[in-house]
Design a protein around this ligand. Structure first.
Ligand code: CP3
Length: 368
């Protein structure tokens, strides 16, 4: 079993600036001197400077230009004063590395032109190590970003979880019901497992390369896992998530997140998460209690990103309700329940983060 981050003693010899940072302190379950905050999709289209860098090039070109990907990452962290940065990349890049043609079509999101439908499609995928190597530009961008970030701001690497990646590969893009994914999973279970194993085999060296290049934390996105009933998740998906999570090196906190996953959070913890990401529709306080509280696992969440569209007063009141569920602040990281909407005003984001930073720790316990 992978040793929990909270039970390790800086085995990767991080600088004390990083090891003692607010973010990594909370990842260990301890109480930092202020509430750490970062936001999923903090680098993205809501930010004018991102749109300027993105103009005239495709999203994939931006991901593959290591200097620009790094610049976008570093700039976003500084602009909003986040307590961590997340490398600018995408969970679907590894599918391209495995040989699947990938495109991001304006208005339609990601499109995989040759979706996987049967065993021979899975058999035709490329070698997993070669797939990770083909995505080596992400690790290169991590190295540049680590060099340019403030010395006390941890950098988060990430990848997609096997279910969420498989759903894009099978559906050929985003989906509402995941019908083809579930059909394959139930009717051709051997192919399902073979696909999941291939995705995990590629994701392990991909994750390690990001960590070896300088990422201090790692997040696995199982964004759409919530679509499955718990029994199916446990039987058909969890063993693969667990296999991946166990290969994240020790001394690196692992965050696992998905939307609408209130019923799966214990499975995320049991897979090996040091920090469980809470979506916006899950009651964070009771979920955390169910997970064993801050003595057992840290949590990250869970302000509804739509509230960043509300007037400042409503936004900050909603943030206060989230903070009231964070106990005394031990083991707690403020985040959204999903990514920032592109319609968000960056000034609202800055006001939110400033407000969270001004909270006095220990946070007042909720009377609710
Ligand atoms: O700041 C960050 O959070 C880091 C970068 C990041 C991106 N994608 C950049 C991105 C991260 C962590 C992701 C993860 C990701 N990608 C997930 C998991 C998180 C989640 O949202 O649930 C998923 C499901 C994807 C797949 C993906 N990539 C979709 C569905 C889309 C299209 C929808 C959209 O928002 O445009 C993308 C494109 C994408 N990934 C953009 C960005 C900034 C927009 C690209 C553009 O500039 O047009």
């Amino acid at each position: 079993m992978r040793t929990a981050f909270r039970h390790t003693d800086n085995p990767r010899a991080m600088s004390s600036d990083l090891w003692e940072s607010h973010f990594l302190t909370a990842c260990r379950g301890q109480r930092p001197s202020r509430v750490p905050v970062w936001l999923m999709r903090q680098a993205g289209r809501y930010m004018r400077e991102y749109r300027e860098v993105r103009a005239g090039r495709s999203f994939l070109e931006l991901c593959q230009d290591v200097h620009l990907a790094s610049e976008v990452t570093v700039h976003a962290q500084g602009r909003i004063d986040a307590d961590a940065a997340i490398i600018f990349a995408d969970i679907l890049l590894i599918l391209q590395g495995l040989g699947m043609p990938l495109e991001y079509v304006k208005g339609d999101g990601p499109v995989l032109a040759r979706p996987l439908r049967r065993d021979r499609d899975v058999a035709a995928l490329g070698d997993p190590q070669a797939a990770a190597d083909a995505c080596g530009y992400v690790a290169e961008a991590v190295a540049l970003t680590r060099r340019d970030l403030p010395s006390d701001v941890p950098l988060i690497g990430f990848c997609g979880a096997p279910f969420t990646l498989a759903s894009y590969a099978i559906e050929g893009g985003g989906s509402r019901q995941f019908a083809r994914t579930r059909q394959l999973m139930y009717e051709d279970t051997a192919t399902w497992h073979r696909l999941s194993e291939t995705l995990v085999a590629a994701s392990i060296p991909y994750a390690r390369a990001q960590i070896d290049a300088g990422a201090q934390a790692f997040q696995i996105f199982d964004s759409w896992a919530g679509a499955l009933p718990r029994a199916d998740y446990r039987e058909l998906v969890w063993p693969h998530l667990h296999a991946l999570a166990q290969e994240i090196p020790e001394g690196i906190p692992l965050i696992i997140f998905g939307t609408n996953t209130g019923h799966l959070l214990g499975d995320f913890r049991d897979a090996g998460a040091d920090v469980v990401g809470i979506d916006a529709v899950t009651d964070m306080a009771s979920a955390w209690k169910g997970l064993g509280g801050p003595q057992r696992v840290s949590v990250q969440g869970n302000l509804d990103p739509g509230l960043l569209l509300a007037p400042r007063q409503r936004l900050l009141a909603a943030a206060d309700r989230v903070l009231a569920q964070a106990g005394d602040g031990s083991g707690y990281i403020f985040n959204l329940g999903h990514g920032v909407f592109k319609e968000t005003d960056v000034e609202r984001v800055i006001a939110l983060i400033d407000h969270v930073h001004q909270q006095q720790l220990p946070l007042p316990e909720s009377s609710a």
